[in-house]
Design a protein around this ligand. Sequence first.
Ligand SMILES: [Zn+2]
Length: 227
Amino acid sequence: MGTQLKNNFHHYEPCPNGCGNLKDVRAKQCRHCYHANRRIRQHRRPNQANPQPAKISREWMIQFAGLFMGEGTISLHPRNQGTSVGVKFSMSLRADDFALMDDIYEKLGGVVYTTCDAPRLNPVLRWCLTGLDDVEWLLRQLVASTIIPAKKLRDVKLCLEFIEWRKSVPYHFSPENRAIALSFVERLRSIRVFKVPDSQVVSVPLGSSDLSEGQTISSPGCPGQGT
Ligand SMILES: [Zn+2]
């Protein structure tokens, strides 16, 4: 507000969308956000909807499971000062990946909205699904459809364990149940801490960079040297 000056010069201030760009003080948002939101608005699906199992083929769920293991998140979060714990699926895709997001919304429901994850990043479409029964249903589908040894499968199984426990206790937490619920949150946090397994740590002594004949390094992630 204090930066607004009433004269004929253009004045700029940070865009309120948190994109990191500057906007004209007379505009609601920067040009970047204006154009991005104009394209995206019609693709927002703000109403919470339920999964539609009748629309979902087995092949579709297997592909979704693969996508989710790469791009998705399942989270437990304390609500109302820890008197309750919510469970939520979320996944962000490029904001111009409308068709895929629409497909997910049509089949799995939830909500879809546009957001910006960090300054100067392109806007993303974020999909969220909450609701204990809907989340439980999808968690079971993911467990049944995932063959690859994705680390995220541990998150999925822990959240399923949480939901099974949650449904076995009264809706309003006793102090003991509140502590158990928060311990699930802590367990999920701790299994997500980034760890490199010992077997993957390769130590190469200094000065031993010359490999003798016949020695090979197999590391699919790195382009081969000298070939
Ligand atoms: Zn902006």
